[in-house]
Design a protein around this ligand. Structure first.
Ligand code: PEP
Ligand code: MG
Length: 891
């Protein structure tokens, strides 16, 4: 059966077999090359080996079936017909590129080999045919360098060192300054290194070269950086990569040749103008790898950046006009912003790739809205174009206008936002510092895919080289990290671990601030302002509010957070964690007195002192939320969290409370628990010390009455009992709430509506939700604890092994970030169904972190929850995600 399957799909001219619909099988690059060929665009011919073959490769211990050879040879024969060049021929060689291409674009994560098929003999034929010996030998040395790195695992530093020595010895600035003789000499040295490092001569047989390169590209699907990238971007491991073999066109054939990357709209801001970069007499890798800083493609772009070097528009106006018209055609065809790679060989334009361009959230929003206005896409399509989890990028801070700016350098604004952090020169240190809660800016000459974890952990990224399409720029934009690239005024001194900006020297650990909107590098840790949301953002929020039905609430306990949440359109508070209100200086002392109390009377005394403060908190929150629902969760964490942590605090408490130090230490000892998360916390505290919840309930109702009397708004508190596992716990505490409420209503001669509900944080609570529902007006899924208790994995300690689990595919994602639908989700489904069976009108919500995660929200909506609740800055994400679920599933 395997023999009959088509593994190879040709593209180019009349031989094209694929199309854009086939991206699962051909990968994005392969499918789009086929589509462009069908559109009659100038595409060098080639073929794609399918992603199915990648799966077979891994299933068969990295072996490829023999039948593939026949299909590849057939495709090479077709390329010979199209190009007039023959692969492996000594006199008229066909030179090819071998490139990866998966279903989702994974920029720079997998391997590529360019200029393949050259050897010591046919390089002379290439020189003769092109009448350019320099070009032929430059191409051969590029091939040797890249092939040796990718296929033979010889580190590129070995080659760079040789290049650097020659550059210095000859006083050259750019690689295009090298002569044919220089390259010849360098090739001899390269080959010597390869012999030393691999014990073999550089392979001369083009077929051998090709098969080994195909193997290497398939193998690169499982390299570390590809695995990490997939994890960070939710790309399934099973997808595999295709391999694209394509006839080379050469951007390094002199001054009428060039290579570049362009976008049909600005990928950083979304503005509607062509945007791109190019390099004369170069190959694609030179642009992407950031080895030379490219020129701007358009005159307007060049002038905006204050770049003196000629744009492509000025340099080759005819080719520029042709490129512009092809870009327009591609955008109209795909109805999306395109990221296009092109090469000009001696004045003739070729397209090598088109794909939907990666963009910042700001660009995604602006492009979606503009394309809707231009009647290119429908409103629903526009709403589906914006990734909900990326929306938080829009909420990036900006530099405070009063910030004292000391400019260190100006470079390219690759990804927006204003961030400060310590200068850190390598990715591992960034990861370490971030784990320690410290802010770092990753500063590199250029980033490479190995830096990806450091880039993710950094506040921002600054590179010395590279343009807007360099690895750093593309990856940072995708991640939503602030990024400034191509900072040529910066010199990194790795020996002394410092960075020089002109004559200002900063050490690793010193603070800098990046302004990613304007490409500024500034000295120090500067103040920022919250983001200023645009008209398009308001449009988006208005439209999503028209479509979605699930309510979006917020998790907030301070007036500041509540205000931000209200501004983002929170439709209530889904979780107000009251314990956070006890940590201020004055309150913690009363709290500690309460915990130290030897008897109820003393405990009540301390609680009575806390009550007015707690009441004031609730007054402020009710005031802000007005008649929107507010769910207040009664005290949850174990008491020891409030106790003094060191000798000085113990002494201070002894002085204030009059308790002897020894007594305090005994009490700390007595409260110590081996598993505090599973210990005396949540409702268990109130079952044993009911006076704690009594005080909180009094404070809630007195506050509600006060605000109601002043504003005449309907204040309807929702009181939530945490960590319930037994219906008896809930029935007891519900009685406590009801009795306390009634006594206050009587005393104040008023009645307010209120609800009492519980969190579902334990598997038992989920499985017995029907029993709990008898005493609950609402259930709110506390999926942080529910994940912890379902997996038996501590939410505070999981980091030590979850990372390893993810890397090794034991688990696909962090279940504390994205809901585990199969386990935790199943419990939620059971709970919903059981609760509704006894109480059809019970209100259901979620207030764990998953309430702000797009994929988890989709599940919540499908399961029939009435609301999701998330931190204020995730409200736009939650609203958009709810809307997209409705559009996608027509629900
Ligand atoms: C939860 O457990 O999901 C929850 C929201 O409560 P907390 O995070 O405060 O434990
Ligand atoms: Mg909890």
């Amino acid at each position: 059966m395997i023999e009959k399957t088509q593994w190879v799909y040709k593209f180019g001219g009349k031989h094209t077999q694929g199309n854009a619909e086939m991206r699962d099988l051909l990968g994005g690059k392969g499918a789009n090359l086929a589509e462009m060929a069908r559109l009659g665009l100038p595409i060098p011919p080639g073929f794609t080996i399918t992603t199915d073959m990648c799966r077979i490769y891994y299933e068969n211990d990295k072996q490829l079936p023999e039948s593939l050879e026949e299909q590849v040879q057939n495709a090479l024969d077709t390329m010979a017909q199209e190009t007039g060049c023959v692969f492996g021929d000594d006199d008229n060689p066909l030179i090819v590129s071998v490139r990866s291409g998966s279903r989702a674009s994974m920029p720079g994560m997998m391997d590529t080999v360019l200029n393949l098929g050259l050897n010591d003999i046919n390089v002379h034929s290439l020189a003769k045919k092109s009448l350019d010996k320099r070009f032929a030998f430059d191409t051969y040395r590029r091939f040797i360098q890249m092939y040796s790195n990718v296929v033979l695992n010889v580190h590129s530093d070995c080659f760079e060192k040789i290049l650097e020595e020659h550059r210095e010895a000859n006083g050259y600035y750019e690689d295009s300054d090298f002569t044919a003789d220089n390259w010849h000499e360098i090739i001899t040295l390269y080959k010597k290194i390869i012999r030393e490092k691999t014990d073999h001569d550089f392979p001369q047989n083009p077929k051998d070269q090709l098969w080994r390169a195909i193997h290497a590209v398939f193998a690169s699907w499982q390299n570390d950086r590809a695995i990490i990238y997939r994890r960070l971007n939710d790309v399934p491991n099973e997808w595999g990569t295709a391999v694209n073999v394509q006839s080379m066109v050469f951007g390094n054939m002199g001054n009428t040749s060039m290579t570049g990357v362009c976008f049909t709209r600005n990928p950083s801001t979304g503005e509607k103008h062509f945007y791109g970069e190019y390099l004369v007499n170069a190959q694609g890798e030179d642009v992407v790898a950031g080895i030379r800083t490219p020129h701007n493609i358009s005159k307007a772009g060049r002038e905006k950046q204050g770049d003196k070097r000629p744009s492509m528009e000025e340099n080759m106006p005819d080719v520029y006009a042709e490129l512009k018209s092809l870009m327009h055609r591609l955008e109209t065809h795909y109805k999306d912003m395109q990221d296009i790679e092109f090469t000009v060989q001696k004045g003739t334009l070729y397209l090598l790739q088109t794909r939907s361009g990666k963009r910042t959230a700001l660009a995604a929003l602006n492009i979606a809205k503009d394309m809707y206005d231009e009647n290119l896409i429908s409103k629903n399509e526009a709403l589906m174009r914006i990734a909900p989890n990326a929306l938080k990028q829009l909420l990036h801070p900006r530099l405070h206008p009063d910030a004292k700016k000391e400019l260190l350098a100006k470079a390219l604004p690759a990804s927006p936002g204003a961030v400060s952090g310590q200068i850190v020169l390598n990715a591992e240190d960034v990861v370490r510092l971030a784990a320690d809660g410290q802010k770092a800016i990753l500063v590199r000459v250029e980033t490479s895919p190995e830096d990806i974890q450091g880039m993710n952990a950094a506040e921002g990224i600054l590179t010395g080289r590279g343009g807007m399409t360099s690895h750093a720029a593309v990856v940072a934009r995708g991640m939503g990290r602030t990024c400034v690239v191509g900072c040529s005024d910066m010199q990194i001194d790795f020996e002394n671990m410092c960075v020089n900006f002109g004559n200002i020297q900063l050490k690793q650990g010193d603070y800098i601030t990046l302004d990613g909107d304007n490409g500024l590098v500034l000295k120090g840790n500067l103040p920022t302002l919250p983001p200023d949301l645009s008209e398009n953002f308001d449009w988006l929020m208005r439209e999503v509010d028209k479509i979605r039905t699930v309510k979006v609430r917020t998790n907030a306990e301070t007036p500041a957070d509540t205000l931000i949440a209200k501004k983002f359109g929170a439709e209530g508070i889904g979780l107000c964690r009251t314990e956070h209100m006890f940590f201020s200086q004055e309150r913690i002392i009363q709290m500690r007195q309460m915990i130290l109390a030897d008897n109820k009377e003393e405990r009540c005394k301390a609680l009575n002192a806390l009550q007015p403060m707690q009441q004031q908190d609730f007054v402020e929150i009710f005031n802000i939320m007005e008649d929107l629902p507010v769910t207040i969760r009664l005290l949850d964490p174990p008491l020891h969290e409030f106790l003094p942590q060191n000798e000085a605090e113990i002494e201070a408490l002894a002085t204030i409370s009059g308790h002897p130090i020894k007594h305090i230490k005994q009490r700390i000892e007595a409260l110590h628990e081996f598993n505090p998360m599973l210990g005396h916390r949540g409702c268990r505290l109130a079952i044993t010390f009911p006076e704690i919840y009594e005080m909180q309930v009094r404070a809630i109702f007195l506050a509600a009455i006060e605000v109601h009397r002043r504003t005449q708004k309907n204040i309807t508190p929702e009181i939530m009992i945490p960590l319930v596992g037994l219906s008896e716990e809930l029935s007891n505490l519900r009685k406590l709430v009801d009795t306390t409420a009634q006594s206050i209503f009587k005393q104040e001669n008023i009645h307010l509506d209120y609800y009492v509900g519980t969190m579902i944080e334990l598997p038992r609570a989920a499985l017995c939700a029907d029993e709990l529902a008898q005493y609950a007006d609402f259930l709110s899924f506390g999926t942080n604890d529910l994940t912890q208790t379902t997996f038996g994995i501590s939410r505070d300690d999981a980091g030590s092994f979850l990372e390893y689990y993810q890397k090794n595919n034991i688990i696909k994602f962090d279940p504390f970030m994205t809901m585990d639908i199969n386990g935790v989700g199943k419990l939620i489904e059971i709970a919903c169904q059981k609760a509704k069976s006894v109480r059809p009108d019970i209100k259901l919500g979620i207030c764990g972190e998953h309430g702000g995660d797009a994929a988890s929200i989709e599940f919540c909506i499908k399961t029939g929850l009435d609301y999701v609740s998330c931190s204020p800055f995730r409200i736009p994400t939650a609203k958009l995600s709810a809307t997209q679920t409705r559009i996608k599933h027509n629900m």
